[in-house]
Design a protein around this ligand. Structure first.
Ligand code: ATP
Length: 220
């Protein structure tokens, strides 16, 4: 897996969000992106997944330039190569926990119930597969989102503030699940976070500013 971002710039209308963003993420690497609220961290993560567009620069996933891909090709790339943990979970309310986790496998035509159960166990949700999302706590919901993002063994996990709104102890458990699962799969992870504790666990920390990504060695 390789993710290469070169000189990416993004505006919303006439309002610049960021410019000169360059980043190279390698197989198995865990990179944390921190930065002030509104500087464009979620937007950048969405660009990495081909969920948002940019004005100039390039995003290459395994050598494929995302800007040259059709919407169908992008959807396929996302399905096959990436997992996404959204800030707002995006767990589907009318599906059970197991069905939510199974979704990526179903979209790939590779439903594997044993694999779904394994993922639920690995994130500490064994026995809760039949529940509906409304019957779970915030921390449990976040773990459903993690299990779903990893069930199809993507080589790149993109996680947007996965410990936001969680108490410190639950946040640590969620990070434990994320780190152990991505390490176990040899997957790379790009984590966007305001949490110093979460960022401290990364191999590399970067600070997003309006003028690009800077090394951010000291999380404090
Ligand atoms: N669809 C949109 N149209 C116009 N402006 C937008 C849109 N989405 C985001 N923005 C603006 O772009 C900027 C970057 O937003 P983004 O959510 O990426 O920031 P962030 O760094 O992730 O913030 P936070 O840490 O608060 O989650 C913000 O100023 C936001 O208001």
């Amino acid at each position: 897996m390789s993710l290469i971002i070169q000189n990416l710039s993004k505006h919303y209308g006439s309002v610049p969000v960021f410019r000169n963003v360059s980043l190279h993420v390698q197989t198995g690497e865990f990179v944390a992106i921190v930065g002030e609220s509104g500087v464009g961290k979620s937007t950048l993560l969405n660009c990495m997944a081909g969920l948002d567009s940019w004005d100039s620069g390039s995003v290459l996933l395994d050598g494929l330039d995302l800007s040259t891909q059709s919407d169908d090709q992008l959807a396929r790339l996302r399905r096959e190569k990436t997992g996404f943990v959204f800030q707002a979970f995006h767990v589907l309310p009318h599906l059970s926990v197991s069905q939510n986790v199974a979704l990526p496998l179903m979209l790939l035509g590779q439903l594997d119930e044993a694999r779904v159960q394994t993922m639920l166990t690995e994130v500490g949700l064994e026995g809760l597969g039949e529940r509906l999302p409304q019957q779970l706590s915030g921390g449990q919901l976040q773990r459903v989102a993690i299990a779903r993002a990893l069930v199809h063994r993507p080589m790149l996990l993109l996680a947007d503030e996965p410990t936001g709104n969680l108490d410190p102890r639950t946040a640590e458990r969620v990070m434990d699940a994320l780190v152990s699962q991505t390490r176990a799969h040899g997957a790379a992870m790009v984590l966007v976070t305001h949490s110093v504790a979460a960022a401290a666990r990364a191999d590399r920390r970067l600070l997003l500013t309006a003028d690009g990504l800077l090394d951010h060695a000291d999380p404090a």
